[in-house]
Design a protein around this ligand. Structure first.
Ligand code: FES
Length: 100
């Protein structure tokens, strides 16, 4: 179905509501956490343990672990290979995510 056909049929694409550091966001269903954040202009969501350097997405395929984030209280979730779900609470992460 083309985009125009979708509009003419009145169908609405499903969306996902989530929060990032307390701010509510909405994205189309089926995106990764990283894609959802980037689509709202968020490109960094972690700081390294040494040097506190900002990190976001690098490889985008689950290999480098640069995109780690805290998802629903669970630290070290790879944002690039994890699908965002309605109600997810996404938080930026400092270092290893265990308060060290
Ligand atoms: S960006 Fe490399 S593992 Fe996610």
């Amino acid at each position: 179905m083309s985009a125009d056909a979708s509009k003419s049929s009145g169908s609405v694409s499903p969306t996902v509501d989530f929060t990032f550091d307390g701010t509510p966001y909405r994205v189309p269903e089926g995106q990764t956490v990283a894609a959802a954040l980037i689509s709202h202009g968020v490109v960094s969501w972690r700081h390294t343990r040494v040097g506190e350097q900002p990190r976001g997405i690098l490889c985008g395929i689950g290999v480098c672990f640069d995109c780690l984030i805290t998802l629903n209280g669970q630290p070290n979730v790879r944002a690039c290979v994890t699908r965002i779900e309605t109600g997810d609470v996404v938080c930026s992460q400092e270092g290893c995510g265990f308060g060290d």
